[in-house]
Write a protein of this length. Structure first.
Length: 153
């Protein structure tokens, strides 16, 4: 099972995530439930070689949730190893540097492009998140709600 808040990373990877609101002014977030551990989380993932962070964010949200997005501001850059090291079932420990963006869902969802990764998708009130929830994503949601400029953690 994927373990969050791990230590002693072996790899460093660049990643993106998105706090996707149902609509402008909404306080309902688009979340997905991961197949590897059943946790709910923000959509996101690794940046592929030759891909911009903007394109990676749009691709990851579309693949994991089926939604197209209108990308907004940068919420924050997250790299603190005490929060950003993940240990996978195969024993790999990856330290992620994550750029999190704010976005809004556009239109009706299409097909999920990574059904092996996503068990469920839904919109949830920001103050009533489903459990279990990926712990490192709470900070990103809080930072998005604070709208206090770019957060670096």
């Amino acid at each position: 099972m994927t373990k969050y808040l791990a230590s002693d990373p072996e790899e460093l990877r660049a990643s993106v995530s998105a706090v996707v609101w149902r609509a402008v002014g909404s306080r309902e977030l688009l979340l997905l439930r991961r197949s590897d551990n059943g946790h709910w989380c923000l959509p996101g993932g690794g940046i592929e070689p030759g891909e911009s962070v903007v394109d990676a964010t749009r691709r990851e949200v579309r693949e994991e949730t089926g939604f197209e997005i209108s990308l907004g501001r940068l919420v924050g850059i997250y790299s603190d190893p005490s929060f950003m090291v993940v240990e996978y079932e195969d024993g790999r420990r990856v330290h992620y540097v994550n750029l999190c963006f704010e976005a809004h869902a556009v239109g009706a969802p299409g097909a999920i492009g990574t059904p092996e990764e996503t068990l469920e998708v839904g919109f949830f009130a920001h103050d009533s998140l489903p459990e279990p929830f990926v712990p490192i994503h709470h900070v990103r949601i809080r930072d998005a709600l604070a709208r206090a400029g770019v957060n670096v953690r």
